[in-house]
Design a protein around this ligand. Sequence first.
Ligand code: PLP
Length: 388
Amino acid sequence: MKRIYLDHNATTPLRPEVLAAMMPYLTGEYGNASSIHAFGQNARGAVEQARLQVARLIGAREAEIMFTSGGTESDNYAILGAVAAAPGKTKHVITSAIEHVAALDPCRALAKQGIELTILPVDRNGLVSPEDVGGAIRPETALVTIMLANNEIGTIEPIAEIGKIAEEKGIVFHTDAVQAAGKVPIDVEKLGVDLLSISAHKFCGPKGVGALYIRKGTRLEPLLYGGHSERDRRPGTEDVAAIAGMGKAAELALAEMGGESERIRRLRDRLEQGLLERVPHAWVNSASAPRVPNTANLTFPFIEGESMVIALDLKGIACSTGAACSSGALEPSHVLLALGLAPEDARATLRLSLGHQTTSDEIDFALETIPPVIERLRRLSPTAYKIA
Ligand code: PLP
């Protein structure tokens, strides 16, 4: 059966060039990057080359890149580390209602420990207002954390404007750029961020490796203790192969960014347009907001996203829905609810995310396959009688 993968925001396939860059460190070059002999120094060389490649992807200096185990760790390190390092007893954190749980949950954990937390709303398009951020800042604000691109709807938040406000008020500013890295140009100077998280497996690198950009001079308490790796900031023997793979993936993403983004944007727009033309009562969420080029988020009222995902999987299309199974119940996505969608509409939502391997033929296949599946599910749906 033909199978197509339209779930690149969940993860991406490893590119062959990335695997080739990793292979030496999974085989003959097995040294520990902290050892002073030749084996160790070869491993160290690979880690430092990757640091340069990752720094270039986001316009940073090498010394400002700390490798981590992925986006979740980078977000936790930034949020927990910056708040722990902030002076004073009363501390306050500002975030938004559409953050990934990798950022929201550490904020909520801090709130349980007595840190004051402001969760800012977003507009109908999923955008945070910089004025709201400015208005929420207090003398005791220790951190602002707002994501650069949303993983469900793809919106690009006004990070540079928020960065200016945070800088003027001297507040540490973190952004989760996990869904932006490799898809849109990133320049930490233009964004005015102090901390920025990325994850390799979202841009055709390996899973389980990421990076945190730490602007020179930003105070951060370590989360882990036990060694001197990563400039004493993150102990533990480096996963040299994964780091080398992340470096190669960053280099490729940067080199191909312009043309590849445009190609993917055209395919995404054709997919959205085609589905809107073929499926009545459907809409694209955040359609008029600035968005990463690969993400389409559409609501097809009167059906359950989960049944759509299962039915499409049986037809050979991998995608995801705007609901997550938690404690046995299908919870509508907090992101879609924050946009103002009704819970039943949030549950009737599909996320289709394209990537480097997506072809025009695959979009044709998706346009042939998805509409009849939705029509069939609607015929079976007890709520579809509402369709005029
Ligand atoms: N932040 C965002 C916006 C994400 O989309 C993800 C992954 O889906 C993460 C953080 C977590 O990254 P990782 O899977 O590398 O832990």
